[in-house]
Design a protein around this ligand. Structure first.
Ligand code: SIN
Ligand code: FE2
Length: 212
């Protein structure tokens, strides 16, 4: 039967085994999410990290939670202290935590307890090359990723770097959850197009929740 309400937000789109897009799922929390980003970045400012290979990343990043994803000369790691401020990362705002847990549950992952939230800020031209999220010890927990502001093309592949890629546009309020069979699938963000968004201005933000 034709479902006339299938495109009333939020709605779900399967992406891969274990992976789903919860379209517009974060829209209702947008004001408090933006306030959370402001609060977190006032304590641990956005910075462009340097990869172990010496490249400055185009995406500006910060973190909240018990640990934060960062780089040093030797590699990528989760650290309890922000290397820039030499203080613990800001607490994860309650609204972040609850949204991540509810989204994980809706995607079929019970009892998700993220201890890290990476906050990404994309300016026009910023991109994230294909990578796997594999710096976490708990691969049984999914990744929950929340998009805010300007749209971006998300690439989602497979376990091998050269597996075919799906390309999906992630828009304001979209949430992607991947785990299980697709937990280690390669993914990335194509260079952000210029634009102006009523909520985020010239930027796209992304919150990525992990249980490390
Ligand atoms: C990530 O892979 O950590 C972020 C993906 C995104 O910005 O949507
Ligand atoms: Fe990632």
């Amino acid at each position: 039967m034709l479902d006339l309400f299938a495109d009333t937000p939020p709605w779900q789109e399967p992406l891969a085994p274990g992976a789903v897009i919860l379209r517009r799922r974060a829209l209702a929390d947008m004001d408090s999410l933006m306030a959370g980003i402001r609060d977190v970045s006032a304590q641990s400012p956005f910075r462009r990290m340097i990869t172990p290979g010496g490249y400055t990343m185009s995406v500006a990043m910060t973190n909240c939670g018990n640990v934060g994803w960062t780089t040093d000369r030797h590699g990528y790691l989760y650290a309890g202290i922000d290397p820039q401020t030499q203080k613990p990362w800001p607490d994860m705002p309650e609204v972040f935590l609850v949204l991540a847990q509810v989204c994980a549950l809706e995607a079929g992952y019970v009892d998700f307890r993220p201890d890290a939230c990476l906050v990404n800020r994309y300016a026009p031209g910023a991109k994230l090359s294909l990578h796997q999220d594999k710096d976490e010890q708990t691969l049984s927990a999914p990744i929950v990723s929340v998009s805010l502001g300007l749209p971006a093309v998300f690439q989602f592949g497979g376990l091998k770097r050269n597996d075919p890629l799906q390309r999906v546009l992630l828009e304001h309020g979209d949430v992607v959850v991947w785990g299980g069979e697709s937990r280690l699938f390669y993914h990335g963000i194509q260079p952000l197009k210029e634009g102006q968004h009523p909520v985020t201005g010239a930027f796209r933000y992304n919150l990525t929740f992990r249980h490390t």
